[in-house]
Design a protein around this ligand. Structure first.
Ligand code: ZN
Ligand code: ZN
Length: 320
């Protein structure tokens, strides 16, 4: 029987669930007051994972022929199956993941899908389950097309994408501290829980840092690396918090917000910014609109008060 690469993450589900069980038990014993797990948050995360897996299974049907097209017509090399080609595929995809992930934090269209992964204010193994079924719509798959051009068959591309995501499950935990001593070198090469906690934080010094998938060398090379400072614990979540455990709202809230901003923006540049500017533009735009509407309300209130005063002067019995 041939192993279906698209089901890799579902096949690993027992390992993931065992880790979640161990972490919840361990944290309850070691940090009883911290409440790092909540049933509602964990169930929401699990629902998001199942929704994303179902959508991905369908999406691959449409995406695989696209990779096959580039592989058949534009590949620059044919690789012999073996460890060398696997290592090259792994490193190339991990670099592309870094590019995709960094773009996902800087371009609102991609952030609309990726925000799901960041909108919980908790950080534990189950946070890794927070994925969006909208990734195929946002265009995550476009980032892997270069792998087909490099000469890697479509099924191998799907497999390496899922292996990378599978690895990332293990960096979503507060149960493992910074790695020191003779293993400290690991944090120079690989993404680790400490490095990824920084990525999920919204503290000024941590936000939009540490985009690594498996290898952290890209962050160190391209200047996006920040160390976890034990004096400043990460504050998890997003700048405009989302107070819901509803997986559908978690999936679509940013798309809805983006559509509203696109509709309300007055100029074409602002409409384009609503779709493609960094997410910080949206937070600023919302703050400006809120300030304008408050000023408008105050103005209206003043106007109404003036009208009432005028009318009271004209009809003094009204104030009796
Ligand atoms: Zn991210
Ligand atoms: Zn994460």
């Amino acid at each position: 029987m041939q192993f279906d690469a698209e089901l890799l993450l579902l096949a690993m589900a027992p390992v993931f669930l065992a880790c979640i069980g161990w972490e919840a038990w361990h944290l309850r014993r070691t940090r009883p007051g911290a409440r790092l797990y909540s049933w509602r948050d964990t169930l929401c995360n699990a629902a998001l994972a199942l929704m994303q897996q179902a959508a991905d299974k369908l999406a691959w049907l449409a995406i695989l022929p696209v990779y096959a097209f580039f592989y058949d017509h534009y590949r620059v090399h044919i690789w012999q199956a073996g460890w060398l080609s696997f290592a090259l595929l792994f490193v190339a995809q991990d670099l592309l993941y870094y590019v995709f992930h960094r773009c996902s934090h800087r371009v609102r269209w991609l952030w609309a899908a990726h925000v799901v992964h960041h909108s919980s204010e908790r950080m534990n193994f189950s946070t890794a389950f927070r994925q969006s079924l909208m990734y195929p719509v946002a265009g995550m798959w476009l980032f892997w097309i270069p792998l087909a051009v490099l000469g890697f068959p479509p099924k191998q591309i799907v497999a390496i994408v899922l292996i990378n995501l599978g690895f990332q499950f293990f960096v979503h935990t507060q149960a493992i501290g910074k790695i020191g001593g003779k293993f400290a070198w690991i944090e120079y090469v690989f993404n680790t829980p400490s490095i990824h906690r920084v990525h999920h934080a919204r503290n000024d010094r941590y936000i939009d840092r540490n985009y690594a998938g498996v290898l952290v060398i890209w962050d160190r090379l391209f200047g996006s690396y920040v160390d976890e400072d034990l004096r400043e614990p990460p504050v998890y979540g997003i700048v405009e918090p989302l107070h819901t455990y509803n997986p559908l709202r978690a999936t679509f809230h940013e798309w809805a917000s983006m559509a509203r901003d696109f509709a309300s923006a007055r100029s074409v540049p602002d409409k384009l910014r609503a779709l493609f500017a960094p997410p910080a533009w949206a937070a600023d735009y919302h703050a400006r609109r809120m300030a304008a509407s408050t000023a408008h309300t105050t103005l209206n209130d003043n106007e109404n008060n003036n009208k009432a005063a005028l009318s009271a002067r004209r009809r003094p019995w009204k104030i009796l």
